[in-house]
Design a protein around this ligand. Structure first.
Ligand SMILES: CC(C)(COP(=O)(O)OP(=O)(O)OC[C@H]1O[C@@H](n2cnc3c(N)ncnc32)[C@H](O)[C@@H]1OP(=O)(O)O)[C@@H](O)C(=O)NCCC(=O)NCCS
Length: 198
């Protein structure tokens, strides 16, 4: 049990507050803009392709989860029939969003990754993608759809998930090596999170 009060974070590390949210029945669809987007499931994604999109979406927010995964483990994950990876494309067929639904736990779905490339944020594509994520998750035999977001993510993400029908139920603190200092992500990424070197 962590004591109340301030806790020093080691230099070279990030610290974030993680909020866990869940939806126990299918939330209604919210109004969405009519956008020239398409969503396509990528069967057996190529790890290099996957990591490319993961980086495009996640680097500004210091997403490191898939970058620290051993390559063999990532290959196994992407081959798992219970892990559904989708790409959102715009009318120029550029990939602008990543949606990953993880059904490996019986009766549940984790919204494992959900995000847009920086140029697509704030124009309605998030709501468009979330409406489809909710339908796809609940089209399977589940009684729980869950997600977590942290304070390094886009500042609108938590409220966005809440409006989408996810209810917060737990909170954690995560301390991790800063991925910009371990060479996983360029040092210039996420200027809103100051680098504190050892
Ligand atoms: C989280 C994230 C997906 C949210 O998407 P977003 O692009 O910010 O949100 P949108 O612009 O689609 O939606 C916000 C609201 O504005 C509305 N909106 C935005 N543009 C609109 C338009 N042109 N016409 C109509 N409505 C519009 C949406 O309908 C939505 O309304 P609602 O939430 O009340 O239903 C996005 O911020 C993101 O990808 N961030 C980076 C990665 C990240 O942090 N992911 C979360 C990590 S867990």
């Amino acid at each position: 049990m962590l004591e109340d009060g301030l806790h020093a974070v080691p230099a070279g590390h990030t610290a974030s507050v993680v909020t866990h949210l869940q939806m126990l029945e299918e939330a209604p669809q919210r109004p969405e803009a009519d956008l020239p987007l398409s969503l396509r499931r990528i069967e057996h994604p190529d790890p290099d392709w996957y990591l490319g999109l993961f980086r495009k979406v996640g680097e500004p927010w210091l997403w490191f989860g898939r970058l620290v995964m051993p390559h063999d483990a990532l290959v196994d994950l992407l081959r798992d029939a219970a892990v559904h990876v989708y790409a959102v494309r715009d009318k120029a067929r550029d990939e602008v969003g990543l949606l990953e639904l993880d059904f490996r736990e019986t009766g549940a779905c984790e919204l494992a990754y959900f995000g847009l490339v920086p140029g697509a944020v704030g124009g309605g594509a998030g709501r468009w993608m979330m409406n489809r994520a909710i339908r796809l998750a609940w089209a399977q035999e589940i009684s729980r759809f869950h997600v977590h977001t942290c304070t390094l993510d886009h500042p609108a993400a938590l409220a966005f998930y809440h409006r989408s029908g996810f209810m917060p139920y737990a909170r954690e603190i995560e301390i991790a090596p800063d991925p910009r200092l371990t060479g996983l992500i360029p040092e210039a990424a996420a200027p809103h999170v100051p680098l504190i070197r050892g």
